[in-house]
Design a protein around this ligand. Structure first.
Ligand code: GTP
Ligand code: MG
Length: 353
């Protein structure tokens, strides 16, 4: 993840910090002005002698030396006019890597506030830019929900999770990964085969449930998915199962009739969490998809699959902010273990900041 964005961001930070370390003509002007000032106010002879002394014997006054060093190595990080030039490059590299425009604007605006005209120690320029970006990106990411905690907090079980998303996004695989994770946490679960539409969808879930040794509730192909969910919840109540994971058929966010069917599943099953599973590689379209699903059925959170094959990473960076829905997990492969809780700190580290 982030292979491209990480490298480009690194290059940008280095470019800005190297160029802002270089002396600018303005400095020369400043020193010329100082020279003129000096000539106008020539120092008394004693003062000059005293100054020379301090220069020759810097070791004597340790404090004086460090203050002197600090002053000479302090530097204005970046001027407003230079920021314009650099921010255009930054904007392009974020946009090329699937970061939504709304988020790019926010990052750049906040970066402007943080670094333009700021005085920093020369040595610290690169760190200063990196830390500023790190803080800004951290503020863009929503804090994730801990589903294990949420499940444990619910007194009257089962805790019901409904999964939705467009075709082939990774819903079924993600459900199997979550069941595996819950099992490790000592939380029991059953799966409801709510995709009664796509050929072989029930067989796909059968295989997973056999491997994971879980009960699968399934009806005939073509039957009402809402009643599959309803039966699964009934079974879980009777058998004291902690969670019900309801799979659904993939559907495009533009297909109003299919979204209506989701509304019915939601109304009948009344889930504790409605999770949108989207592909990390989709880019800005994911925002539109989530907004459509949210309008019709209400979405609580997001899981982004296929983050392992996403070179850009921008969707994961910006989808939470643009939809105001937290990301629960990142899917990072096809095995059960390849599900990573979304962790802001780790995410920022992966970005190289
Ligand atoms: N590389 C990678 N592949 C994944 C990941 N998650 C799912 N896949 C693959 O994506 C393909 C589709 O996954 P499914 O789980 O069947 O997707 P779905 O959303 O249930 O698909 P439909 O039911 O047809 O809408 C499969 O080949 C999965 O193995 C992931 O995190 N990384
Ligand atoms: Mg499926």
């Amino acid at each position: 993840m982030f292979n491209k964005l990480r490298e480009k961001l690194k290059g940008w930070v280095q470019k800005v910090s190297e160029e802002s370390k270089e002396e600018k003509p303005k400095k020369e002007k400043d020193s010329k002005k100082k020279e003129q000032k000096k000539e106008k106010n020539p120092k008394k002879e004693e003062e000059k002698v005293e100054e020379e002394k301090t220069k020759e014997e810097p070791k004597k006054g340790k404090n004086k030396k460090s203050i002197f060093n600090k002053l000479t190595s302090n530097k204005r990080l970046i001027a407003e006019k230079d920021f314009e030039k650099y921010s255009e490059d930054l904007e392009m590299l974020f946009l090329e890597n699937n970061v939504a425009l709304e988020v790019v604007d926010k990052i750049i605006e906040n970066l402007r506030k943080k670094i333009v005209d700021k005085e920093v120690n020369k040595k610290e320029i690169e760190n200063e830019i990196k830390n500023s970006l790190k803080e800004i990106i951290e503020s863009v990411l929503l804090p994730p929900i801990n589903i294990v905690e949420r499940i444990n907090q619910k007194e009257e079980k089962p805790f019901v999770m409904l999964f939705c998303g467009i075709n082939g996004a990774g819903k079924t695989t993600t459900i199997a990964k979550i069941a595996n994770l819950l099992k490790k946490e000592g939380i029991s679960s059953i799966i409801a085969a709510g995709d009664t539409f796509r050929a072989a969808s029930i067989e796909q879930l059968k295989k997973h449930s056999e491997k994971l040794n879980l009960k699968l509730i399934a009806h005939e192909y073509g039957s009402d998915p809402a009643s599959v969910g309803f039966d699964a919840i009934k079974y879980a109540k009777k058998n004291k199962i902690d969670t019900v994971l309801i799979d659904t058929a993939g559907r495009m966010h533009t297909e109003k009739n299919l979204l209506k069917e989701m509304e019915k599943i939601k109304r009948v099953c009344n889930p504790d969490l409605t999770i949108f599973v989207g592909e990390s590689i989709t880019g800005n379209d994911s925002t539109e998809q989530i907004k459509s699903f949210d309008e019709s059925i209400g979405i609580d959170s997001i899981i982004l699959s296929k983050a392992d094959i996403d070179e850009k990473g921008g969707t994961a960076l910006s989808v939470g902010y643009t939809t105001k829905k937290p990301i629960l997990f990142l899917g990072k492969g096809q095995n059960y273990e390849d599900l990573e809780p979304f962790d802001k700190k780790k995410f920022i580290e992966e970005l190289g900041l």
